[in-house]
Design a binder for this molecule. Sequence first.
Ligand SMILES: *Cc1c(COP(=O)(O)O)cnc(C)c1O
Length: 412
Amino acid sequence: MTSSFKALKLAQEQIADLDLQLLKRTLRVTQSPCDTKIILGGRDLRAFCSNDYLGLANHPDLVNALADGGKKYGVGSGASHLISGHSVAHELLEKKLASFQEKYIPKARALFFSTGYLANLAAITGLARLTQRGDLSIYSAKLNHASLIDGVRLASAQMDATVNLFDHTQLISLTDALKKDTKSLKLIVTDGVFSMDGDLAPVKELLQIAEQHDALLMVDDAHGFGVLGKKGYGILEQENIQSDRIIYIGTLGKAAGVSGAFVCAQDSFIEWLVQKGRPYIYSTATPPAIAHTLLKSLEIIESDEGVKRRTQLNQLIKIWQDEMTFSEWKKVSSCTPIQPVILGSNASALMAAKLLDQAGYWIPAIRPPTVAPGSARLRITFSANHSADDLRKLITTLKKIEQEVHQKAMHD
Ligand SMILES: *Cc1c(COP(=O)(O)O)cnc(C)c1O
């Protein structure tokens, strides 16, 4: 048997296996811009599943900024940042991003990346490469995003970093492990807002622990940037914490509505990433027109319009907390626009998603390995473009579907 034949056969078998376990995923092709109404397969659906929390992904001012950026800068950057791809648009964007965090991180400087996945790989492996092999301990929250997990794994493989997982709701084990730790560099890594549950990391307590045990604190605020804080600067603004130990990561394809991410930390660490961060160095710079568009997005985020959009989001969250009740399914307490409903089995989650689709809603089932086995769920997300009426209609539909799924499960 040739290798290529063998590989194909293995792939087919394993895909069939995923299908049997109800874990096979399907791509669905949208035919309209990302917004609260989406055209899918020629049908109009109301979407409650994107991370476009502020409703900026199809904002006319940003659409214009992108066109304007294309005219000004062309469409491609042509090279990595250190060769010739670093444009004045990137430079302005990084200055503006740093200004958002300067109250919380002294001497803050920001570095722009094409994706959050890449930013996390670069930040974690970059830190690891500051030490001798085997001289770094990483403490990583169990429910961290896959890109943080992969960054930690890569740091562990490249630099022999020790990895400890901790439960962000039970910090005592973290403190105990740190007490015994003799490594010269220690890093605590956490999501700011946990992406599948919507709860916040206890960043104040984590910072205190980091200070007591001389560790650095990396916060991936992918779901908090633009959403949390009065000005939308994110979790550091909301919790009002300040430290030179913080390495902050924000992404720009979620609330900011466009694409990309950034690492913000003290100037010297950022300069080290420019010098030695392989995912930064060996990747073509994002088109400058995107950076130009993001400048407009940041302007909206901190403006009165941004405040209005966050107020609308908070109103939706309050309606959900007050009015959504289930008899069988489990609602998780979350004060962010991420509101999961835990159904448990993959079959129930898939059935609920299908019934929602038939009722005109797009809310996909989230299954392992994205979430723990037995905790398959509907991950419902709000956008500032949803009205209170949109949400109340969804609540009525969900209550009906819960009964339907429950009755079908009883018959099986
Ligand atoms: C989405 C996400 C990322 C990845 O960001 P991209 O820009 O989409 O690559 C990283 N961390 C968290 C917590 C996320 O939710």
